[in-house]
Ligand binder design. Structure first.
Ligand code: S6P
Length: 615
């Protein structure tokens, strides 16, 4: 008998620590798994903690995600790269906060621009709109703008191709900054890889009289992407190098702590997104406190604020049982082809919209599989382009839209999750809960409140209507705005766990890889090639050939195909499904493409199809 292998998830050493986790798993065919790591930045690597997450129970998935998230707050050791709490990171955050403070104090002709692609752009939107809201409350000029590659439609849907377009990055930056004399530009790219952001940073470097560039990402500088960008003389790597040089004289800033590999390889929406939110929350709130309440930006203040987020993780994951119940419910729904809906209020609803929008590029999900809805819809979203409903049903995001187009078709197989806080209109939540309950009993709630709050009567009603309620109780904070930031991060972690866990249970993940990843931009193309190398053991050239065969659905590559550039490949791949699984079957069996297609049709659970071929 072959021995079982044992994976131990080491949890962090402080805070409320659940029992160490030991996964006993069936023997694996190591001979067929190439363990040598193909060069990639930390953000693209496979996390040793999650290598068997595809075989884990819901409870184990949640604990494993907790262990992964805890890596964000690990201390820097001599051998490691800088971390969130490292001295240099805290010092840079202080400097950037002081620049924001200056703009807040003298906002005329000045702007703070937050920009990114995919999740990074969505978080840029969330932060810019939240902090503008704070300014509006104080009757101050609004100084924050956001840019997301692909425009506002990318807030709610997967638009991966614009990430490769540095020119549109530059153009959109010029447009929002027209007439400005001082701009602090914060370019977010978790992998230090998006050409869209590289183009904007390069533009800032060319116009130092107006722009101060800040780059935010989670790889060491030397791991920034060094692939040539068509039509440009720079790479992300060369831009970062220039910025590193200029950072010595504080003309440019780099904020790039490492947070460990993602739980699902390359899924930077998870830790990358959370760390982005933490860093920007800390910088912008320190600047606001300095500008408006006479509380200077200090090293201790920044450090304390960061550490407070470590507690946010503890308080969130103290709810492991409740989160597990949600993962199980959502997993059951997805497995039988039913749906998961998040019905949210306020900014927590935005986190629901964001989480739902990421399931398509991450797991190849349909937009109906996981959907988010927001109370007030576009009236409360405050996005640049206003209502987007004319773009199609995917862009209908209000609770009214939910009542009209989803509620009538609900059954007990669908999972509905209410997401709200003590500050929201609980009567309205109860009303919606009753409507949902008429159609399905599979109703759940996440409710954030403080230990000082007295429960509203309706809260009891809501709990009675729900199959499970996750009551997250927070200590009464020093400030309401910090409490909201914690609720937001906590909700992000919860929803990431629910959607990731549910897709794992559906069989969409192989070991810790998104095997059915869409190959719709250069980063994903490279990731797909690396994954094929790793799983098949074949050299890069052979894997790329199989990938192209799967993209173009041909058995023999034509000259036309081989002479086309990556943009053409990724554009064609947009129209295809199951590109990577197909390429893998072709590589492992040597069969024709049509044969591989029919094999995969017979086994729609990608993980099982891949496992069948690997054994
Ligand atoms: C990742 C997500 C993607 C990324 C986007 C930007 O989970 O699906 O949309 O956010 O590719 O990545 P980066 O590394 O530039 O922040």
């Amino acid at each position: 008998q072959q021995p079982q292998h044992v994976d131990v998830c080491v949890l962090k050493h402080h805070g409320p620590v659940p029992a160490p986790l030991v996964l006993l798993l069936p023997p694996r065919h190591d001979a067929q798994i190439q363990c040598s790591d193909i060069p990639a930045g930390i953000t693209e690597k496979s996390n040793p903690l999650t290598r068997n997450i595809d075989r884990a129970s819901a409870d184990c998935i949640v604990r494993t995600l907790q262990a992964c998230d805890a890596q964000m707050f690990q201390e820097q050791t001599e051998a490691s790269h800088q971390k969130l709490l490292s001295d240099q990171v805290v010092k840079t955050l202080m400097e950037v906060a002081k620049r924001v403070e200056l703009i807040l104090k003298d906002p005329q002709d000045s702007l703070v621009v937050l920009s990114g692609c995919g999740t990074s752009g969505r978080l840029a939107f969330l932060m810019a709109t939240s902090f503008n809201r704070e300014l509006r409350k104080l009757n101050r000029s609004l100084v924050y703008s956001y840019i997301i590659a692909g425009g506002d439609r990318a807030l709610l849907s997967s638009q991966e191709a614009p990430e490769d377009d540095p020119k549109s990055g530059t153009l959109s930056l010029k447009k929002v900054c027209e007439g400005k004399k001082q701009v602090l530009f914060i370019g977010i790219s978790c992998g230090l890889s998006a050409p869209f952001v590289a183009g904007q940073l390069d533009f800032c470097l060319q116009h130092p009289e107006v722009y101060t560039p800040v780059v935010l990402g989670f790889n060491p500088a030397h791991q920034a992407k060094d692939e040539p960008i068509p039509g440009c003389t720079f790479t992300f790597h060369s831009v970062v190098q220039r910025m590193q040089e200029l950072s010595k004289s504080q003309v440019a800033f780099l904020i790039n702590p490492t947070v460990g590999p993602e739980a699902i390889s390359g899924s930077s929406r998870m830790k990358g997104g959370s760390a982005t939110k933490i860093l920007l929350d800390v910088v912008l709130s320190a600047a606001h406190a300095a500008a408006f309440t006479n509380t200077p930006v200090t090293y201790e203040g920044i450090l304390q604020h960061m550490r407070a987020y470590d507690k946010t993780l503890d308080i969130t994951y103290a709810q492991t049982e409740g989160i597990t119940a949600l993962v199980e419910a959502a997993g059951r729904s997805l497995r039988c082809g039913s749906h998961v809906c998040y019905l949210g209020w306020g900014s927590l609803a935005v986190l629901g919209l964001i989480d739902a929008s990421e399931c398509d590029p991450t797991f190849g999900a349909d937009y109906e599989d996981v959907r988010g809805f927001m109370s007030g819809g576009y009236r409360n979203l405050s996005n640049n382009e206003g209502p987007l409903t004319s773009l199609g049903p995917q862009f209908c995001i209000s609770h009214e839209d939910f009542l009209r187009s989803v509620l009538p078709y609900l059954s007990d197989q669908d999972t509905i999750l209410l997401i709200f806080t003590r500050s929201d209109d609980v009567t309205e939540v109860a009303k919606l809960a009753r409507r949902v309950r008429e159609k399905t009993s599979n109703l759940h709630a996440v409710y954030h409140h403080t230990d000082g709050d007295t429960a509203a009567a309706e809260q009891g009603d809501i709990s009675n209507l729900c199959l499970s309620t996750l009551n997250v109780t927070w200590p009464t904070p020093a400030s309401r705005s910090f409490l909201l930031m914690q609720w937001e991060l906590s909700t992000k972690l919860l929803l990431n766990a629910v959607s990731t866990g549910a897709h794992i249970l559906k069989g969409k993940v192989y070991r810790n890889h998104m095997i059915d990843v869409q190959v719709t931009n250069s980063k994903l193309y490279r990731r797909a090639t690396r994954l094929l190398q790793k799983l098949s053991g074949h050299p890069e050239s052979k894997c790329e050939e199989a990938l192209l065969r799967a993209i173009y659905r041909v058995d023999k590559l034509t000259l036309d195909i081989t002479s086309s550039d990556m943009t053409a490949h990724t554009l064609t791949a947009r129209k295809r499904t199951k590109v990577v699984p197909l390429a893998l079957v072709v590589l492992l069996t040597g069969c024709a493409l049509s044969e591989a297609e029919s094999h995969l049709d017979q086994q729609p659970i990608v993980r099982e199809a891949v496992e069948a071929w690997l054994s």
